[in-house]
Design a protein around this ligand. Structure first.
Ligand code: ADP
Ligand code: MG
Length: 549
């Protein structure tokens, strides 16, 4: 069954309407037959750039319409070639017979056939037509029909758009396009298939596996591989792309234009990470980065995967076209890459390394114990929050252990500063406050009360709001942090399973949080238990870890 948000439920003609609305008047479109065009071409342009193919690869091609990009885009149904009649009608709409037209066609049978027929029909009407077939996909190297056309389409349409605006004629554009195309290769991988047009399941990728060399229409790849992790995966892809471009034989100093492209279901965060890995892999092979872009330019509906496209830059002139400004909503905005040393990380000196203490047995043991709490606490946080409470808590203790303490007297301070400085989430800094009050107070009982006050002051919650306060407040009713106080904290934490959330993420979930205790309250009980134990309190029969179920 498809859902209302399913990408195959978006009629592409209506999607064109949406695109036109967002383009502020620059993009016109027709629904019968379906095509779209740039309404504001550059003055110097003499050749009309036309491209098209099945829908489902947005922003390609209609998103590439605009000054510095395409003049005409002709989408078919999802993953289906447009009809040649659409192409003819689109060209006739923007250009008079006698005009020069360049058809940019991805190497897929349906596209090749329909654009070939369109070309003959246009020539018969007096247009002067050239065709550029894009065939860059290494994943289909050696196939009978030749390599498929994928990411190079973006590179070519960007470069040819700028070159056309510079006044180049059809012959020059064809030559430039062939040269850039011949030096461009792409490779794609997927962790999961896209939503299938018309419903039904796409190809299956087992957990821990990747389809390597996948196409952009849901065809499985030639190879299924065990996921080697992003670094190795990107390294392998860059290696194969460089090899196929003959990098070893390239004259020293060959530069590469690199495009990291999401296939529709990959976060921007991941794409930037992949970009960093790709730059490192190039460096590792002694290849220079001329320009790097990362984004979603040619998608496969919502496929969870990405492609890498490398172009060996033989000539600075077309790199200038690659980085030229443009007005197309979906084309990349490339820049010339900076040297690695200028883009490397800068770290603010927070002074953590100064005063690093000796390792502490207590902190080391605590780090190990809290590592064991990570998963169960995450599971509790998953029910009411975002599932990271255990990770936050064990990270804080681990960092304190790594920092160490100058003497046993400073172990609690070390714990407090690790939480204050380095642990995120809502709970990290609040634990930092409580721990610093516990470390600072003359008597531990006073520390618990000061901690309670501090958390209320900063977090604005009250006991009963289903937070860590529901463990802290009952403990604060005791004069000292003794066994009775820790037991009260454990019982308080357990009681949160009947409380609705009024603070933090749990507050958005109403009754859905009932039945399991608040992870922050459980963590507070565990922390108080650990501190009392360190003080030598006899905690026989006080089972804080039992809260984890
Ligand atoms: P985040 O919600 O940012 O992911 P964590 O997962 O680290 O934060 O911590 C969640 C815990 O933080 C909750 O279970 C709750 O006990 C505690 N918490 C959230 N908001 C407050 C608040 N205002 N006062 C006290 N504790 C809070
Ligand atoms: Mg959380």
């Amino acid at each position: 069954m498809t859902t209302p948000f399913s990408p195959d439920q978006a009629p592409h003609a209506e999607a064109l309407h949406g695109l036109a609305l967002t383009a502020g008047g620059g993009i016109g479109y027709s629904t019968d037959p379906v095509f779209a065009w740039n309404r504001w071409p550059a003055e110097g342009r003499r050749v009309w750039l036309v491209s098209g193919g099945g829908a489902g690869h947005e922003p390609m091609h209609a998103g590439f319409l605009g000054e510095g990009g395409l003049d005409v885009a002709v989408p078919g149904e999802v993953f289906t070639s447009p009809h040649n009649g659409q192409v003819v009608a689109a060209v006739e709409h923007v250009a008079e017979p006698g005009a020069e037209v360049l058809l940019i066609v991805k190497n897929y049978t349906g596209d090749v056939i329909n654009f070939a027929i369109a070309r003959e029909r246009l020539e018969a009407k007096g247009y002067s037509v050239g065709t550029l077939v894009v065939d860059d996909d290494l994943g289909s190297e050696g196939a009978e029909a030749g390599r498929r056309g994928t990411g190079a389409t973006v590179v070519l349409e960007k470069i040819l758009g700028a070159a056309a605006d510079a006044g180049q004629g059809l012959g020059e554009l064809l030559e430039l396009g062939r040269r850039v195309g011949a030096r461009t290769r792409s490779l794609a991988v997927a962790r999961a298939a896209h939503t299938r047009p018309g419903g039904g399941e796409g190809f299956e990728v087992e957990q821990g596996s990747l389809e390597y060399g996948v196409g952009i229409h849901g065809e499985t790849a030639a190879e299924t591989i065990a996921d080697p992790g992003v670094e190795q995966l990107v390294g392998r892809m860059v290696d194969e792309l460089l090899d196929s471009l003959g990098h070893e034989d390239a004259p020293a100093g060959a530069d590469y234009v690199v495009m990291v492209n999401g296939l529709g279901g990959v976060s921007n965060l991941e794409l930037s990470h992949i970009a960093a890995q790709a730059a490192a892999a190039l460096r590792g092979r002694g290849a220079e980065l001329a320009s790097l872009v990362a984004g979603t330019y040619i998608s496969a509906l919502d496929m969870r995967g990405f492609s890498l496209t490398l172009t060996a830059a033989d000539d600075a002139a077309w790199v200038g076209y690659w980085i030229a400004p443009h007005a197309a909503p979906g084309l990349p905005h490339p820049r010339i890459a900076e040297a690695a040393e200028d883009t490397g990380p800068r770290s603010a000196n927070t002074g953590h390394e100064d005063g690093k203490g000796a390792s502490s047995q207590w902190l080391d043991a605590l780090a190990e114990r809290f590592e064991g709490y990570r998963e169960p606490l995450n599971a509790l946080d998953q029910r009411s929050g975002d599932g990271d409470m255990g990770t936050n808590l064990s990270h804080g203790v681990r960092r304190a252990a790594e920092r160490g303490a100058a003497s046993p007297d400073e172990e609690l301070d070390a714990l407090a500063s690790a939480f204050l400085d380095e642990v995120g989430g809502s709970s990290g800094p609040l634990f930092g406050l409580v721990l610093s009050e516990l470390a600072r107070a003359e008597r531990r009982g006073e520390g618990v009360r000061a901690g309670l006050e501090a958390v209320q002051r900063v977090g604005g919650a009250k006991p009963g709001d289903r937070t860590m306060l529901d463990a802290l407040a009952p403990a604060a009713e005791h004069e000292e942090l003794d066994a009775a106080a820790v037991r009260a904290a454990v019982e308080g934490a357990a009681s949160t399973k009947d409380l609705r959330g009024r603070r933090g993420r749990a507050s958005y979930l109403g009754e859905r949080v009932l039945g399991a205790p608040d992870p922050g309250a459980v963590a507070m009980a565990l922390v108080l238990h650990a501190v009392a134990e360190r003080d030598g309190v006899d905690l026989e029969g006080v089972d804080a870890a039992g809260l984890l179920g």
